[in-house]
Design a protein around this ligand. Structure first.
Ligand SMILES: Nc1ncnc2c1ncn2[C@@H]1O[C@H](COP(=O)(O)OP(=O)(O)OP(=O)(O)O)[C@@H](O)[C@H]1O
Ligand SMILES: [Mg+2]
Length: 356
């Protein structure tokens, strides 16, 4: 197996009696862009700060390029951090902001100049070199912050919600730029976000965090198509979720009684076992011809038709008010609120979770 570039082993961090990181492990490969995705307060920034050496954990180790850096102060780790609020020096020009880290290391002037020029070219800010950072737009300031972080050629780049203050369009273009930049340079980075779309868009792999633990770590497609827990299912993407209990079973097919009626799932479960049955919206179909032996079908009344540009979300309500969500590519002129329709899905497209 390939050696990892960053290894986090058994990290635990407490703030007074609050356990913020719980025996957490994470391994990041060289050149990888890994996102930490999770709700507010789950410990993302704390994990980043421990990796950077800005705070100390009670237990565990941080190993970078095979060296244990746990006891090293932040300035002795070759790790750069980009924060959400840019944290640029307002009294310095763009070029001097970028040069700051190199000056602090006492390297010679010509070397600094050429490295700063490279970094500014990389983030397409060359023409702004002599301007004050205070006159820049949010996106430009964030590019300067990225250039400042990269100019020292860090072994690891940490980004804590770097684009959250930017508008959607700018955020999306910064995501693409950053991803390409890191890929071209082979830079290893950890990117914190609580925006699942952003995580899916930029990451090689995503670590979904909940309450100080990593719930699942995998490629975006893997997380979306095969979430390992109900938490990951809910946090990444939309789904119809039916809760029910097993009423009948055979070795291969199980009948589950849910609020929306009896549905069948593949596999064998215990009678009485509680299950969450989930279906992604694009795998749900409206008024389709179904083969009952391999599909489930539920009668619903259309509650809402949401046109989202390239796709339309149709929300149906089963008689007990259970919500069923279906995604249709493009527009759907044929379906309107109040229509009675059937929504169906293949049994093989069902996600199943056992709940205690
Ligand atoms: N210096 C501190 N002292 C006490 N508690 C702290 C400190 N820093 C963080 N916490 C607590 O630790 C928990 C995790 O905080 P953290 O900032 O890591 O969350 P986060 O996942 O980054 O959330 P967000 O998405 O809101 O930025 C929170 O409950 C927070 O209140
Ligand atoms: Mg945070």
């Amino acid at each position: 197996m390939q050696n990892s570039h960053l290894d986090i082993v058994g990290l635990s961090k407490q703030f007074r009696d609050l356990e913020v990181l719980k025996n957490l492990d994470l391994a990041v490969m060289k050149g990888e862009l890994v996102s930490l995705l999770g709700p507010s307060g789950c410990g993302k920034s704390t994990l980043l700060r421990v990796i950077a050496g800005l705070i100390k954990a009670e237990h565990g180790d941080v190993i970078l390029s095979g060296k244990n850096v746990t006891g090293k102060p932040a300035h002795k780790r070759n790790i750069s951090v980009v924060f959400q609020n840019y944290a640029l020096f307002p009294h310095l020009s763009v070029a001097n902001n970028v040069a700051f880290g190199l000056r602090a290391r006492g390297v010679n002037k010509q070397f600094i100049e050429s490295r700063v020029n490279d970094a500014l070219a990389l983030v397409r800010m060359t023409e702004y070199a002599d301007r004050s950072v205070t006159v820049l737009s949010g996106g430009q300031q964030q590019r300067v912050a990225v250039a400042r972080a990269l100019v020292v050629e860090p072994e690891l780049l940490l980004l804590d919600e770097p684009f959250s203050a930017l508008d959607r369009k700018l955020r999306e273009s910064m995501q693409i730029e950053l991803k390409n930049l890191l890929r071209d340079r082979g830079i290893t980075a950890i990117f914190v976000t609580h925006d699942q779309e952003e995580a899916l868009a930029v990451s090689d792999r995503i670590a979904v965090m909940s309450q100080g633990c990593i719930e699942q770590f995998g490629q975006p497609t893997e997380l979306y198509s095969n979430p390992s827990t109900p938490f990951v299912l809910d946090f990444v993407g939309l789904s119809t979720n039916l809760i029910g209990s097993v009423v009948e079973q055979s070795p291969t097919v199980t009948a589950v009684s849910t609020d929306a009626g009896v549905v069948h799932v593949d596999g064998s479960f215990q009678i009485g076992e509680k299950l969450i049955i989930a279906v992604r919206p694009e795998l749900m179909r409206v008024n389709a011809d179904v083969d009952e032996s391999v599909s489930n079908s539920i009668k619903v009344t259309v509650d809402d038709v949401m046109f989202l540009g390239s796709k339309t979300l149709v929300h149906g309500l089963a008689p007990d008010q259970q919500r069923i969500i279906c995604e249709i590519p493009g527009t759907s002129h044929k379906i309107a609120r109040g229509d009675d329709v059937s929504m169906s899905w293949l049994r093989s497209d069902t996600l199943i979770y056992s709940v205690a």
